[in-house]
Ligand binder design. Sequence first.
Ligand code: FAD
Length: 627
Amino acid sequence: MIETKVIVIGGGHAGAEAAAASARLGVPTVLITQKKETIGEMSCNPAIGGLGKGHLVREIDALDGLMAKAADASGIQFRVLNRSKGPAVRGPRVQADRALYREAVQQALFQQDNLSIMEATVEDVVCERTGAVTGVVLSSGEKVACSALVLTTGTFLRGVIHLGESKTPAGRIGDAPSIGLALTLEKFGFALSRLKTGTPPRLDGKTIAWGSLLEQKGDCPPEPMSYLTDEIQNEQRSCFITNTNESTHAIITKNLNKSPIYSGQIEGVGPRYCPSIEDKVVRFADKTEHQIFLEPEGLNTDTVYPNGISTSLPADIQEHLVRSISGLENVKIIRPGYAIEYDHVDARELKHTLETKKMAGFFMAGQITGTTGYEEAAGQGLIAGINAGLMALGKEPNFIIDRAEGYLGVMIDDLVTKEIKEPYRMFTSRAEYRLQLRADNADIRLTEKGVRIGCVSEHRKGRFEKKRSNIEKAEETLKMLKLSPSALSKLGVAVNQDGIKRSAHELLGHRDIGKERVLEIWPEVGQIPQQYLELCRNNSMYESYVRRQEADIEAYRKDENLVFPKGMDFGSLGGLSNEARQALETVKPRTLGQAARIPGITPAAAIILLRHVRAQGRRRKHLQEAS
Ligand code: FAD
């Protein structure tokens, strides 16, 4: 029997981050996955980041994860989305070369100390009578023992591909589904349900009439995703834009009965914010067109990903519908689109560390918990990997990011406290403290926390400390440069004539003044490197809002510090409604704050819980004093 400390099942985005994070802590880790060659595979669109998702990628990077570095190594177009809006809601996005991305992730894992990779299919999980995980059984019958296990099998649990009327068991195209593990989870009593997602047909770029389409270039120069990347080396490519039209919609409407989503063949719920083209045509019947981005899949391939027309209609109808679109009249489909239906585990079965509540040492991360997207999967993988690693080291697995620290915290808190009714994806609107949680300051928020836990390399630590000290110096300089309102007025800068001096830092973030004007007034500001000046400007822009939000954060943290006693019996609490009691029993919140965020917990129920925690605290204090 092979023995290790941490096993990670699955080499997708969650598995790669989990395995790398556990190994970075110095813990012997084995990544077991069906095929080595598909480690880091992007099952759907060849892109990383975007709105909300870009924040997650930067946070993963701040904790020394792989995703941002792999995106930089493979990026063929870089764009910051929402650039015209405030810095808090801007989303860095990278169009990646699919093969280069996979290669970058594989290279990082193959070179990672303390990590070995095993090509095998896991069929079962072994658990002690005490409820702790002790290892896994492979399809060969061989056993691998461990102290902690991270399950990241994505869309593979009882996966079924739908294409028109045909149904094929698969984890994704070309890969076998995971049946044994679904049965294992059922055996352990985990609540499973069905979700679905889909992918568009892939097109042959040689058969597209590019000249007739609107070109979309990337940012110049490209802004790297990782805090460690200085410059992007890859050749950059454009995307192109086209649209569906009334005749496309007519083809879809006429053939809706052949779509497994509408014929009743698919039961699982799909992502509302990433609908299939069939869904779009039905739900937005008044729209005469839908935008499609034609995205290159790489530098050395003609394959094109038509973002916006995910479909599971039969292959012949897919051809008919794409050929009705401008620029695609003679297009050749390389591979038809399809939908996939799979089992996921109710994430309320998990703690904030992503360990299951039922079984000690058993962690889950990625699409299996009901999310959709590479970034959401990678973020969870990172947190689960760190906690599994801590547990294997004999430490308390308590690496939690709270809602005020990062989008990773928002996502995990949402997942473990709320019922998932459709695949969960990240949006900036999900974060209540988003003015603090910018994509440009993820390292300032999180890297030190990662250093303390031991998941950040010396190289990143050194770079980060230098950057932080440079920013502090830049802010100090900017705050020292000051002029009175009358002096500013003589320079043509209109501020209230209240006698209070204004600093360069203050004016930098002022909506009507900004960087250029500040540089004219104080030319020495030009000596501050651009990237630091930009960060100082963003900090200044939000300073007053952030100060106001700090009181909310303090109140939130106070509730998070009110911890319920271990194994608390919520069912026996008087005064709660049946709905509240049931919700508390399902989620088993650890703190008052978590309880208050559970749907169905009214302010009145929260007060009952608060009184209970306080009474427990008083009792404990009394006992301590008496002993
Ligand atoms: P995956 O990337 O699926 O990786 C799972 C890993 O587990 C694989 O390496 C697999 O080999 C391994 N594995 C499974 N079972 C076993 C076993 N028993 N033993 C050993 N190894 C095992 N996301 C979006 O954001 N937008 C989209 O439009 C979108 N469309 C999608 C369309 C399709 C058809 C698919 C399949 C996925 C789509 N996704 C989409 C989701 C995206 O691909 C996933 O969110 C992401 O890949 C999940 O990462 P993961 O690590 O959880 O799982």
